[in-house]
Design a protein around this ligand. Structure first.
Ligand code: SF4
Length: 679
């Protein structure tokens, strides 16, 4: 019998769809899209639609565990606190690290960041969002002076041209794709896909640009040069709102790209003739050793043509996870403090004063790849991992697993008992999952929505923010962590955004600082910064946006190797701990496929439907072979989802090099030199 109706938000991708839930007290749940939510207006994709099949308790961690022993919360929290205290006393604050997740709610992120940076005094707190969109963050900071997405979903409805760069939108952000398709039906919006693969999205586009991996910078620079030649730059926008690097525009060459000239010309015609242009970029752009420059190449074109801050126009970074944006806002990345503040003396002083602490970390900490290197090297001796599975999802995952096996203090907070990472933990802390926890998330268009609890907490599971506060109290910081509810945390975070305004940033939730518990409970989705956040100037000292001089990177592939690109399947999420519970979702792609052009497959002795290994210098794993005419010659594709826990094959994380973008620290999950051979 249905007895509760709740409005909440989907726990999967960065579209952040609203969901109406009806639930009984026996975890029977029915799901519908929330017609009032501005992100989806009632639409859901297959993952959202089948959420009800994933709320069972299979595999859940119900009780705190030290080693293989079930213990009470007091014992577990005492143990975590004493391990952390001893580590800091013996080796200093930088021997402690936290590794968080875009699955956490903003309130969880806020208190974890406050404890690590503010009271332990370590900058070593990073997140799996580093693997997802750190390059877009860095590109925003370089161009705008602040990590702000300058678009809204309504711009997709109002655009005449949508360019999708490195995004299989129809599979990975399906409801955003549905909006784009609607715009095509309604106003004839043209869709261009820039992607080495002819993905499902590319097959439905008006034009597919099959560029070589990491060919984006050359393409967007050439497009900018072509628009200069055609006299299409917006001179007054450039003069009034942009800072130009000396000589950059003059040096650009419209022929310096790797695209068929006829296809390039078709692209240029569409760009020339459609001023309502959105360029939506995602992991295909970000997960690259030159991802930040790609983001800036895209932003440069929009700035130079004045196609930003207007209806239906702008460079639009789509985040992968449901709350990567919230994490960015409260300082979940190692290279920011909180509320978009950096580590200048003035910003540090403001944060230390607000938190009333004398222990604030002295500077940025280690980004994800370097953080696990430091664990491996024995420099980090305590790591607390929350809501993520780095033993599978990090590049060179075998190395990360080895690092965790060596580390004397591995704490894992998770909803699942035996993830590949949890198996390496000394202490496991049972966290609340979707439908059990309360808090807020921020989606890709800066819209903050509530996630709400509608199911009883299983076993002794606790909210992540509460677990962190309980440990902080044991470390002697109870007064600074005396939050009684997620609403309490949200009030403090909102109040803290006053500092952002004081330091010239746009992030401002100060009008939420006095929100009552009741109002928090009833909170409707709202967008911070409004539809045109840079209406009154950019967040740089001059108020002008920076056009950033970027040049194409050298090709990464070597010799006779194939280039391995990795990505998602339509119906799976991350390491499948949730989506793997649904038989219907798993039916879409039941096993991990190595997709390869038939001629390449035959040349390497593979057969369609047979088994093969992919091998890189980082590792080796087995896959089912799928010959695919849409796969470019010389490139292969493999999915990211499979783990030791669920199959042992298709371990793509083992294959990816830990090579990173030098600006953002984001690892390159694409364009990895690889070999294939029959199994
Ligand atoms: Fe959930 Fe994303 Fe699908 Fe919306 S598009 S239902 S947020 S997975």
């Amino acid at each position: 019998m249905r007895d509760t109706k709740t409005k909440t938000t989907c726990p999967y991708c960065g579209v952040g769809c609203g969901i109406d839930v009806e639930s009984s007290n026996k975890r029977q749940v029915s799901i519908e899209g929330d017609r009032q939510h501005p992100a989806n207006h009632g639409r859901l994709c297959s993952k959202g639609t089948h959420l009800a099949e994933t709320v069972g308790l299979e595999g859940r961690l119900h009780y705190p565990m030290i080693g293989q022993r079930t213990v009470g919360w007091d014992s577990a929290l005492d143990d975590v606190a004493s391990r952390m205290r001893d580590t800091v006393e013996q080796y200093g604050p930088d021997s402690v690290a936290f590794y968080l997740s875009g699955q956490l709610l903003t309130e969880d992120y806020y208190v974890a960041n406050k404890l690590a940076k503010g009271f332990v005094g370590t900058g070593n707190i990073d997140t799996n969002s580093r693997l997802c969109m750190a390059s877009a963050v860095a590109a925003h900071n370089r161009a705008f002076g602040e990590d702000v997405v300058p678009c809204s979903y309504a711009d997709l409805d109002e655009a005449d041209l949508v360019i999708l760069v490195g995004s299989n939108t129809a599979w990975c952000h399906p409801v955003a794709w549905q909006r784009i398709e609607k715009a095509r039906e309604r106003r004839g919006t043209k869709i261009i896909v820039v992607d080495p693969r002819r993905t499902e999205t590319a097959a439905m586009a008006d034009l597919h640009i099959p560029l070589p991996p990491d060919g984006d910078i050359a393409l967007f620079n050439a497009l900018l040069a072509e628009m200069i030649d055609r006299g299409r730059l917006d001179g007054s926008f450039l003069d009034d709102h942009c800072t130009l690097p000396e000589g950059f525009l003059d040096a650009l060459d419209p022929a310096a790209h790797d695209i068929d000239p006829a296809v390039f010309n078709e692209l240029a015609e569409l760009v020339d003739s459609n001023s309502r242009m959105v360029t939506l970029f995602s992991q295909g752009a970000n997960q690259s050793v030159c991802g930040t420059d790609k983001g800036n190449a895209i932003i440069n074109l929009h700035l130079a043509m004045g196609r930003i801050g207007r209806p239906g126009a702008g460079p639009f970074s789509m985040t992968g996870q449901p709350n990567a944006m919230g994490g960015r806002e409260v300082g979940g990345l190692a290279n920011i403090l909180a509320c978009h503040l950096g580590f200048s003396e003035a910003e540090r002083a403001s944060v230390a004063d607000f938190w009333q602490t004398s222990r604030l970390c002295s500077g940025p900490g280690l980004k994800a790849v370097d953080l696990f290197r430091a664990v491996h090297a024995g420099k980090v001796k305590f790591v607390w991992i929350m809501a993520t599975n780095p033993a599978v999802s990090m590049p060179d995952a075998g190395f990360v697993r080895e690092a965790l096996a060596r580390c004397p203090n591995v704490i894992v907070s998770d909803i699942i008992a035996d993830t590949d990472t949890a198996k390496l933990a000394h202490v496991r802390l049972p966290a609340l999952g979707w439908g059990e926890k309360d808090g807020t998330v921020t989606n890709s268009e800066r819209c903050i929505s509530r996630q709400r609890a509608f199911m009883a907490r299983p076993g002794k599971a606790r909210a992540d923010w509460k677990i962190v506060c309980d440990v902080a109290a044991r470390l002697g910081h109870g007064q600074s962590f005396d939050f009684e509810s997620p609403a309490d945390v949200f009030r403090e975070y909102s109040e803290m955004t006053v500092l952002a305004t004081r330091h010239g940033k746009l992030l401002d939730l100060s009008n939420q600082a006095g929100i009552t518990d009741k109002a928090y409970d009833r909170m409707q989705p709202f967008q911070w910064g409004g539809a045109r956040p840079f209406e009154h100037g950019f967040s740089t000292a001059s108020g002008k946006a920076n056009i950033v001089a970027v040049s194409p990177s050298k090709a990464r592939g070597a010799g006779p190797s194939l280039a391995l690109n990795t990505g998602r399947y339509r119906d799976q999420w991350h390491t499948m701990t949730r989506t793997g519970l649904s038989a219907r979702l798993s039916a879409h792609r039941p096993e991990p496929l190595l997709e390869i052009a038939p001629a390449d497959g035959e040349a390497h002795g593979l057969s369609d439907g047979g088994l093969a290994h992919i091998e890189t210098t980082a590792g080796r794993s087995a896959y089912r072979v799928a010959f695919n005419e849409d796969q470019r010659a010389g490139e292969i594709f493999a999915p990211m989802h499979w783990t030791d826990a669920n199959s042992g094959a298709g371990r793509t994380g083992l294959l990816v090099h830990p090579e990173c973008d030098p600006v953002s620290g984001q690892p390159g999950f694409k364009n990895v030199p690889a070999q294939v051979a029959p199994y």
